[in-house]
Design a protein around this ligand. Structure first.
Ligand SMILES: C[S@@+](CC[C@H](N)C(=O)[O-])C[C@H]1O[C@@H](n2cnc3c(N)ncnc32)[C@H](O)[C@@H]1O
Length: 255
């Protein structure tokens, strides 16, 4: 499968509901794209800014990772795995793309985290983790509500009592949806149905700026002002409650 040419990107985007949820697509991304574009967008300048925004979100929601057993769902090429491991977390990264996991391993010298080439629909851990995290995986892996319900039950079971989940996911029912078509309200209802208590929701990655920037490798001189303009609008005018391409959801396994 070809993924990196502009034509291939448009073609793949048009059939995203069918191909984004396949390992073959992510294997091809990990093979053809350099840097974080393998797991994210073709614009690596935007990816770097998103990385900072993700780091700020982690730090604001969960200030101390040291010693925590963390399950990373859809770890891709290990961007967040590295962030968490560098802060003392004991990370288990799960992803069904063998090629992405191979790239994730390359980030580590010395003892690497545990990586498992596995579908998230096969996670069977029971009461092992303090924290589960995901960036942009559940809404790509799940085609329908029943699958999301299944994954949420698996995640909750994988957590210790009092364990938490931090999901950064593009949740949309309209044209911005990836594979899963679902409103935020329904997504949260599925989480509650699986037994999670929702602690906090905020929007991130302002979507109009994302659409303008993501698909073209714009230089920093274009990427930064458009990105920060969008962030200003989302923070000051929309109070981080609307306008995000992604929603950050922090929840707890209460029992
Ligand atoms: C948008 S990428 C994000 C990767 C990583 N979380 C990051 O932030 O760089 C989505 C990832 O989800 C993985 N994925 C999609 N469906 C999956 C499934 N059913 N089981 C395991 N991994 C899956 C893909 O292989 C890909 O690495």
């Amino acid at each position: 499968m070809k993924v990196s040419s502009p034509l291939a990107m448009i073609r793949n985007r048009l059939q995203r509901e069918r191909i984004y949820c396949t390992a073959e697509y992510w294997d091809a991304k990990a093979t053809e794209h350099a840097g974080d574009a393998a797991s994210m967008w073709p614009n690596n300048n935007l990816n770097a800014l998103y990385y900072e925004e993700i780091a700020e979100t982690y730090a604001s929601k969960l200030p101390d990772f040291s010693g925590l057993e963390v399950l990373e769902v859809g770890c891709g090429t290990g961007r967040n795995t590295k962030f968490l491991a560098d802060r003392g977390a004991k990370v288990t990264g799960v992803d069904f793309s063998e090629k992405a996991i191979a790239r994730a391993r390359e980030r580590f010298h010395g003892e690497p985290p545990v990586f498992r080439v596995q579908s998230i629909f096969e996670i069977e851990d029971d009461g092992v983790f303090d924290l589960a995290v995901s960036w942009g995986t559940l809404t790509i892996a799940c085609r329908e509500r029943a699958q999301l319900e299944d994954v949420m039950r698996r995640l909750r079971r994988a957590l210790k009592p009092g364990g938490r989940v931090l999901l950064l996911e593009p949740i949309h029912k309209g044209p911005l949806h990836r594979v899963l078509k679902m409103r935020e309200r329904e997504f949260l209802a599925v989480m509650r149905g699986a037994g999670f208590r929702i602690d906090d929701v905020h929007h991130m990655h302002f979507w109009p700026a994302r659409l303008a920037l993501a698909f073209v490798p714009w230089p920093e001189s274009v990427t930064r002002p458009v990105y920060f303009g969008g962030q200003w609008v989302m923070k000051h005018l929309l109070r981080q409650r609307r306008g995000g391409d992604y929603q950050a959801i922090l929840a707890t396994n209460p029992a």
